[in-house]
Design a protein around this ligand. Structure first.
Ligand code: HEC
Ligand code: HEC
Length: 302
């Protein structure tokens, strides 16, 4: 009896041990599995991070973006290619990071925010808004436009994240205003050939006492004169005058005697005189600092 009892007890005890041991094993297995998942997860995430733009984001992130009302993630590789193109072609007017200068802030632009696949931004870049002061950029390829658009969209994305914003732009918030002496140097290097601070621009600051207006005027001046063109005919005749009519079908000029000449557009060569071409050719040259310096200098001409 005694031995049976103790055998029972021993068996019971072993069973308990086995149970405990089994549970411990199970817990360890669960832990190991979850650890593996975690590590695999981290691995997967870090492996996907650099590609985030090119590949479709994983379901979790995609639905978060959707939930937040965000469009597709900007393509980081394209944005990187677009950055120098933006700096060269657009920054003078829209600011180094598209936050606006005398051209509008593109981060709040409805055109940019509504854009998918460049169907909104593309036409603005290619045709410009000449009446409002934006030139056309017909030399930019579809790829260039795509890359520039992705660069702008990446700026929108980063602005939406205030944490990143503070890291990136802490420095530029303390930017100094322009230095008129440096502006003077720039003026004598690049503007003096066509203008004179004691001649045509002598009182320019009286005309544009506000720095922002001065800035937009010198970056993108409007010509006061009516547009002029030279027409050459197949017979070798050339006429220069102010444009009365110029479309796909007809061209008409008024010459210096006041006489108006008409030609069918397809039969003549038309060369529109753009007296601001040289002035506009400077646009890619300016850095942000140059713009502020030249503005500060022009403000001294009263
Ligand atoms: C010479 C100055 C200038 C340059 C250079 C310039 N822009 Fe503009 N841009 C403007 C002005 C001014 C407007 C506002 C036009 C208007 O009010 O309709 C504008 C408007 C836009 C708009 C539309 C904004 C909106 O919401 O209506 C986009 C997009 C844009 N620019 C993109 C670009 C890009 C990209 C480049 C470079 C490839 C560029 N711009 C170069 C002056 C410029
Ligand atoms: C290749 C010649 C050329 C160069 C270089 C040039 N400009 Fe101009 N600029 C013009 C012409 C042409 C006009 C238009 C004048 C007109 O038709 O009224 C003009 C207009 C202006 C105006 C507007 C004047 C007004 O009364 O509204 C300002 C300001 C100006 N330029 C400043 C500058 C500055 C600053 C530089 C150098 C950074 C510069 N320009 C370089 C040719 C040039």
């Amino acid at each position: 009896m005694k031995s049976a009892k103790s055998a029972d007890a021993r068996r019971q005890g072993r069973k308990n041990h086995a149970n405990l041991f089994g549970e411990a094993l199970n817990t360890a297995a669960v832990l190991r599995v979850s650890l593996t998942c975690l590590i695999a997860g981290i691995f997967l995430l870090s492996a996907q991070e650099p590609d985030a733009g090119r590949q479709r984001p994983p379901a979790g992130r995609g639905s978060t973006r959707e939930f937040l009302g965000l469009g597709p993630a900007p393509d980081a590789a394209a944005a990187k290619k677009g950055e120098p193109l933006f700096k060269q072609n657009c920054a003078a007017c829209h600011g180094e990071t598209a936050r606006g200068a005398q051209g509008p802030n593109l981060l709040r632009s409805v055109v940019v925010l509504h854009d998918e696949k460049e169907n909104e931004i593309g036409p603005v870049i290619q045709n410009g808004r000449p009446q409002a002061g934006m030139p056309p950029f017909q030399q930019l390829s579809a790829d260039d436009i795509h890359n520039i658009s992705e660069y702008i969209k990446l700026q929108v994305e980063q602005a939406a994240n205030r944490g990143i914003y503070n890291q990136i732009y802490a420095g530029s918030r303390n930017a100094l205003r322009g230095d008129p002496n440096k502006g003077n140097e720039f003026f004598h290097a690049h503007c003096n050939g066509c203008h004179s601070p004691s001649g045509d621009l002598a009182k320019i600051a009286a005309k544009f006492p506000e720095a922002s207006l001065m800035q937009s005027r010198f970056l993108w001046p409007a010509s006061r004169d009516p547009a002029r063109a030279t027409v050459s005919t197949p017979s070798g005749e050339t006429v220069t005058g102010t444009i009365v009519k110029l479309d796909d079908f007809d061209v008409a000029l008024r010459d210096s005697n006041g006489d108006v000449h008409y030609w069918p557009r397809s039969q003549v060569n038309v060369n529109v005189v753009d007296n601001l071409q040289g002035h506009r050719a400077l646009l890619p040259l300016y850095t942000d600092a140059d713009i502020h310096n030249v503005t500060a200098y022009l403000e001294t001409l009263k």
